[in-house]
Design a protein around this ligand. Structure first.
Ligand code: SDX
Length: 431
């Protein structure tokens, strides 16, 4: 835990309170208000957690002004170009880049947990074919706690480790099965000779009627998309996982809660909403109409894939994703993709408009990801499940960090109550 290096003074009704200040290894100083209510009998008020550090962590750091994202100190652009997803998983989980032997062992453990319990297939059959894959993932992942009892005791470090590997390994299988179920094709089992991204692509796109060769361009792009979505500090879904884990809920239940939160269009659902928006715009000549709507306070419409609570500069993941979109679409021979053109012209128009630049609204990770995923053959409904697959390691890493903390307390925020004070019950005949 960081040390208190200085303090803040708070004066309430003429009485002074000293609040210690933590100086972190990076980022803003943090005022420690843990004893404030006990000492001063007051709460602080921060409903969107815009100024609140809800935990201490050593996993991921974001500098929103510089547009910097570090995982255990390594920058996302270096990891996206020089590393690969399972190595980033190891880094997030254990804190250091693995040795060759450690990486081989980790990849082997993940590979050998990619199948799901055969009886879980029955869950899929209970959904309508047109169920959103995220609804399926929330249900099936939550139900995993009914199948993997030997890794639900969070107080046992070994069971925590097994649950972590199982979730990272099985999420692609569950997501691919949700996709196959939605298109009425048979489930495809994982293959141990394939790498993580190739396995996922094959489970999604192979059919029993013919052999399926994974396109290395697509598997490299898929792996990079997984890496870019792996973790992101205390975002809404990670905070959901942390709050769920603070009650000592089992890891499968906590991750199911994270999937549910990620689904929202303000969060991980933005990649689907962004591509649907770009398709609705359709042609560059309609961009001014949508820019005007995004600026209109009376119109709930927002530019999906734009803006971010933390980044007040470019989201470094969006920069990498944009480069990857150009590369993948060119390699796939669809570089003249009209939607990519609309996206680029929309970005240029927005960044030339004072409304967006003054509010520091830039493209985020969701702005270009959907264009690549659609070019790879995924329907928009699979965009957020893919985000969930990638973010599982971030949720799990933050979950492990939280429950390994001997100071762990259940998360229980208070409120600014503005409702009725006590009043007597009125019998119905007197109302
Ligand atoms: C992700 O937290 C994370 O790290 C999330 C994530 C991760 O990896 O986990 O990065 C993934 O969720 C990325 C964000 C995906 N969501 C979208 O692209 C949806 C569109 N974006 C917005 O809904 C919004 O920008 C948020 C939700 C992302 C951030 O909202 P904030 O920080 O609460 O900001 P705000 O809503 O208070 O907006 C500030 C101002 C407002 O105008 P004023 O009231 O000050 O006049 O900017 C405006 C907003 O109206 N604004 C937008 C806008 N985003 C903010 N106006 C038009 N279009 C937008 N996209």
């Amino acid at each position: 835990m960081a040390e208190h290096t200085k303090s803040a003074k708070l004066t309430i009704d003429g009485k002074d309170y000293e609040l210690p200040i933590f100086s972190p290894s990076a980022g803003p100083d943090v005022i420690d208000i843990r004893k404030l209510y006990a000492q001063a009998g007051v709460f602080t008020y921060d409903p969107g957690f815009t100024s609140t550090a809800a935990c201490d962590s050593t996993i991921t750091f974001i500098d929103g002004d510089k547009g910097e994202l570090l995982h255990r100190g390594y920058s996302i652009d270096e990891l996206a170009s020089k590393s690969h997803y399972l190595e980033v998983c190891y880094l997030l989980l254990y804190g250091e880049l693995p040795s060759p032997a450690q990486l081989e062992d980790f990849e082997s453990r993940v590979t050998n947990h990619t199948m799901i319990h055969e009886q879980m297939i029955n869950f899929f059959r209970g959904f309508r074919r047109d169920a959103h894959p995220m609804a399926v993932m929330v249900g099936v992942v939550g139900a995993m706690s009914a199948f993997y009892h030997d890794s639900t005791d969070i107080n046992d470090p070994w069971q925590r480790e097994v649950a972590s590997i199982r979730l990272i390994a099985k999420m692609p299988t569950v997501a691919a099965m949700a996709y196959k179920y939605s298109v009425g094709q048979p489930f495809v089992y994982p293959r141990n000779e394939l790498d993580y991204a190739s396995n996922f692509l094959r489970m999604c796109f192979a059919v029993p009627a013919e052999d399926y060769e994974v396109n290395p361009i697509l598997s490299r792009a898929m792996d990079r998309i997984f890496t870019l979505h792996a973790d992101h500090e205390q975002n809404a879904s990670t905070s959901t996982v942390r709050l769920a884990s603070s009650s000592s809920a089992n890891p499968f239940a906590c991750i199911a809660a994270g999937i549910a939160c990620l689904w929202g269009p303000a969060h991980g659902g933005a990649n689907q909403a962004c591509l649907e928006m770009l398709n609705e715009i359709g042609t560059p000549d309609r961009i001014p109409e949508f820019i005007a709507r995004a600026k209109d306070k009376n119109d709930p419409f927002r530019l999906m894939g734009f803006g971010h609570r933390v980044y007040k500069n470019f989201d470094p993941r969006a920069t990498v994703m944009k480069e990857s979109a150009d590369e993948v679409l060119e390699l796939l021979g669809v570089e003249n993709n009209p939607i990519l053109q609309v996206a680029k012209e929309l970005e240029a128009a927005a960044l030339a408009d004072p409304y967006f630049t003054e509010k520091k609204l830039f493209p985020n990770v969701d702005f270009y990801s959907g264009i690549i995923l659609e070019a790879m053959g995924f329907p928009t409904s699979m965009f957020t499940p893919i985000f969930a697959v990638a973010r599982t390691v971030g949720w799990i890493s933050q979950w492990k960090e939280q429950i390994s903390d001997p100071q762990l307390k259940i998360g229980r925020p208070r409120q600014l109550y503005q409702g009725s004070t006590r009043r007597p019950y009125q019998d119905i005949e007197n109302r």
